[in-house]
Design a binder for this molecule. Sequence first.
Ligand code: ZN
Length: 431
Amino acid sequence: MITDSFSFKKYLFLLFSLIFILPNAQKKFTIVLDAGHGGSDIGTNRRYDDLGTVREKDITLAITLKLGRMLEKNKDYKVIYTRKIDEFPSLTERTTLANRSKADLFLSIHVNASPTTSTATQGTETFIQGPNQNKKNLEVAKAENDVIYLDERDRETFASYDPKSPESLIALKIQQSKYLESSLLIGSMVEDNFATKDKRNSRGIKQADLHVLRMNAMPSVLIETGFVNNYDEAKYLSSDIGQTDIAESIYDAITKYRKAMERNGSVANSPREPEKPAEVALKNDFRILLMSSPVKYNSGDPALKGLNYVLPIKDNDLYKYYYSVTNMASVRDSNLKTAKDAGFKNATSISFIPNQKLGIGYYTLEVAVSDQKLSSNSSLLNTLKDVNRNKEKGKFYYTYGKFTSLEEAVKTQKELDEKGINNTVIQKVSR
Ligand SMILES: [Zn+2]
């Protein structure tokens, strides 16, 4: 019958769709491979007579490229590299790349060194994001986070936490990561393979506050593949056999992890979502307004709860404290979250039109506030010409310069900083 054969054709078509179309429509499992350090940032290193200088940035790249080639042979995987050559991507670049690609997993590969002169320490360890649990983890966090200071762009845009600030540690402790469980799973699979397959000394899974993990919106681990200050491990890490072993162990762990996630239904087995276009920069700049206060706090003051790159702008006798600046929506949202995590519950993001000229009024720099009139041979008045003095309610206010845009004021503020005139405040004068 015609209707029957029609149905049968339809059925066949559906069957074909299921067999041939659906698997192709499946989203690939996307992995970001981050070879730690690179370029001017060598990472940890040791010199041995027979091995030469064993450098972290070379080992991490070699392992990453081997692992990437293994994954690329399997069409289920899509691999994104933060670097494939000897260069230094900023931490912002590494994490925004990972977030924009909507990756399923982020692996950062590193080499360890013990802070003491001891050469006995050896083994692997894998870090997941979390508060520092002990002093040793804090040391690893410090060494791996130190690279942040190499890149100027990171200083301003990165949600910077001062890990030494007790406030920031408390904030991190209450922060719940929804990716903690899956990060723990992939981390334990990696460490299991190192121990059973490669007969390495696994030091286990640890939690630390690592910037490169913190900013990622996906399960993320940082793998320390061995200690460069231990001769045997340095030799193993710089050998082709050692690098292949490590890459294979990580590859195998990824395969097991993906299967486990599929069983859980956590990995998209559903048809591919329409590709989202890459994030474009917004027209405006965004700063996070932390608080307004009649009190002036200098950078590092506990009132700022460990947040760095806070820009106070004085407006109508109130100091408004703005944190970070960015024109990327994703970074703005993450900076806002950082501010709230740090304890600024009413923090809100404020948009600024770049290079906007004030129609009425101007910006100036408040360079000093004093109960006493500054002596004419004070270092401030000697360094700066044309400083204005204003007396209000028994206090002397010293201001410098007239600027029509905030950017001009920030530029001069930085110049004054370099001359040793610190903690100046940009003031908006609306008359
Ligand atoms: Zn490292």
